[in-house]
Design a protein around this ligand. Structure first.
Ligand SMILES: NC(=O)c1ccc[n+]([C@@H]2O[C@H](COP(=O)([O-])OP(=O)(O)OC[C@H]3O[C@@H](n4cnc5c(N)ncnc54)[C@H](OP(=O)(O)O)[C@@H]3O)[C@@H](O)[C@H]2O)c1
Length: 322
């Protein structure tokens, strides 16, 4: 996928390699990945999403070069499980596929959220993911910590006991690399003092910039920053707290028009421009949206466009390196 410089529109075939690669430890991935949460539908959707459609999305993602998929055992609806869909759609797994899971929160079989697991319960959650995905070990496991999004009400509690428990599972060979999610900068520093951290997964996007400084901190340490809700924040029906964020909609739309792109693509491209260590894991249950999202990896924004987009919300202490 390239931008035709004469017509200024996005043309050609999308490929997840277009935005370049990143190393999660010794694992090389394309920066444009895929988030599997939306495959099963969300709790407020009354009708289960089609199983065949979810499998088609996963297979198309791999065809398009996606080799980083984010999932969790707690991504399930009454009749669907993201891990089971991944296992069914993609086994035998491609050699280069990296599946990132997360542990910490538990859900009962009827879907009720239970309190955060105790450190000694994390092993069972890791094993559950291994069983469901049909693997011998997990490539990357995030300790999913806070329940609040975008920095709201997060407390700098110690993650040492939980992260230490995952570090032991890594030593035991059940996990290859560790990450951490929904955290504050001091919790990343604490985790890194216990074991190597390859990624941080927090809410972040063009109009959700509370973690600007954390993005920079990750870059300084060579840790991938993996934002979630980079697209959905502006999507009606995505069910995000407070409803769709319309901040800067006119500016985003104008940049999108200039490239023959969509607003979702501009949002994804902006996050990828934020640093070489920033990855994308857009979630969708639609092949058309998947193709659009993968193609966003080829969208190159000009310095003027970046300046316009950077200014939509006040930067939260970031250096905005380019
Ligand atoms: N660590 C954590 O606490 C945490 C929390 C939430 C999510 N995650 C992970 O992060 C991933 C990304 O988050 P997410 O899936 O909630 O949010 P997202 O990727 O920002 O957006 C998903 C929403 O946007 C829509 N969408 C996707 N692509 C679109 C496009 N090109 N045009 C228009 N609408 C589009 C989807 O609807 P359609 O299905 O109709 O396309 C869905 O409603 C998840 O899948 C999950 O793996 C992690």
């Amino acid at each position: 996928m390239t931008t035709d410089t004469k017509t200024n529109t996005m043309t050609g075939t999308a490929d997840a390699a277009a935005a370049g690669t990143w190393q999660l430890g010794d694992l090389t991935i394309n920066r444009m990945g895929f988030g599997a949460m939306r495959l099963v539908g969300m709790p407020w959707e009354k009708t289960p999403r089609s199983r065949d459609a979810a499998i088609a999305v996963l297979r198309r993602a791999v065809e398009l070069g996606v080799n980083h998929i984010d999932t969790a055992a707690f991504y399930f609806a009454p009749l669907r499980s993201s891990n089971e869909l991944i296992s069914t759609a993609l086994q035998p797994y491609p050699d280069d596929l990296v599946i990132t899971t997360k542990v910490g929160p538990a859900r009962s079989r009827d879907g009720e959220m239970a309190p955060m697991a105790r450190p000694d319960q994390l092993r069972a959650q890791v094993e559950e993911n291994i069983r469901q995905l049909g693997r011998d070990h997990l490539d990357v496991v995030n300790l999913r910590w806070g329940t609040s999004m975008a920095g709201q009400g997060r407390e700098p509690e110690s993650v040492a006991e939980h992260f230490g428990a995952l570090a032991e599972l890594r030593e035991a060979g059940l996990i290859r690399h560790l990450g951490i999610s929904n955290i504050l900068p001091e919790q990343l520093t604490e985790a890194m003092s216990i074991a190597p951290v390859v990624c941080v997964q927090n809410q972040y996007g063009l109009t959700s910039r509370e973690d600007d400084a954390l993005v920079d901190l990750c870059g300084e340490h060579g840790v991938a920053f993996v934002p979630f809700f980079a697209v959905g924040a502006a999507v009606p029906g995505a069910g995000l707290v407070g409803g769709p964020d319309e901040t800067g909609q006119a500016e985003v739309a104008a940049v999108a028009r200039a490239h023959g792109a969509t607003e979702a693509q501009v949002r994804l491209a902006w996050t990828l421009h934020r640093g070489a260590h920033v990855l994308a894991i857009p979630g969708t249950g639609s092949v058309a949206h998947l193709e659009e999202n993968v193609a966003a990896g080829a969208l190159r924004l000009s310095e003027d466009e970046l300046a316009l987009l950077d200014g939509l919300v006040p930067a939260a202490g970031a250096s905005m390196p380019r």
